[in-house]
Design a protein. Structure first.
Length: 229
């Protein structure tokens, strides 16, 4: 989620600040870049987006020739993953889970709508306003791909409860949401060999980690795993 860019000399300008059930969410502008900050933790910005786009592409490639696959995207964020998924005619249903009403508002006619308005108008797209962990634990729905970008990675969660998503029980629920042969793709700001091991132990196959170079620092990564057929 985190990215690097040329930092202006001026401090960020707060565009909106909301208090919600999960704490404070802030939208800031820093030069030409929009930033989302939750409870003081920088989440993501609009400076790049290549790794968020790769999250979606890597999942689609891993599905092979499956026709009109469905995808559940965990986290709306600044909209890179959603917008990129909607650009591909190969995807069928595109569902996005987002628990923060403020972030949804910023996309629905707000400052982030320039990135997502076309995708949100796509009839394949639906926004599910709910907590991802609860949704994955409780839903009876299934998808061909599950793309997670709700944290800075399995080892750097935004809220404490999100850690359950990357635990053996959480991954078992992720597998349950996936159809046979479905793909789990998890964005991370850094590699996590421990998480790779947890994926294998949870019964996933074809586990691998793909690095995506960024402007500065260590590469972002996408962890990929396949539910057995």
């Amino acid at each position: 989620m985190a990215t690097s860019y040329d930092i202006p000399d001026s401090p960020p300008e707060v565009i909106d600040r909301r208090e919600g059930p999960h704490g404070e969410v802030v939208l800031r502008r820093h030069g030409a870049v929009l930033q989302i900050v939750a409870n003081g933790c920088f989440l993501m910005d609009t400076s790049d987006g290549r790794s968020e786009r790769r999250l979606v592409d890597a999942a689609l490639e891993a599905l092979g020739a499956r026709a009109r696959p469905s995808v559940l995207i965990g986290g709306l964020g600044v909209g890179f993953s959603l917008a990129h998924a909607a650009e591909s005619p190969r995807w069928g249903r595109i569902a996005v889970v987002e628990r923060e009403a403020a972030i949804i508002d910023w996309h629905l006619g707000g400052p982030l709508s320039a990135l997502s308005s076309r995708a949100l108008a796509d009839p394949r797209t639906e926004i599910l306003k709910t907590d991802l962990v609860a949704f994955v634990n409780e839903t009876s729905d299934t998808f061909d791909a599950l793309c997670l970008d709700v944290d800075n990675g399995p080892d750097w969660t935004v809220t404490e409860g999100n850690g359950d998503l990357y635990s053996p029980d959480g991954l078992a629920n992720c597998a349950r949401v996936l159809r046979p042969g479905g793909v789990l793709a998890v964005w991370s700001a850094q590699p996590s060999p421990e998480f790779e091991g947890t994926l294998w132990n949870a019964g996933f196959q074809r586990v691998r980690t793909e690095e995506i170079p960024v402007a500065r620092g260590v590469p972002d990564v996408v962890h990929l795993a396949v539910r057995p057929g």
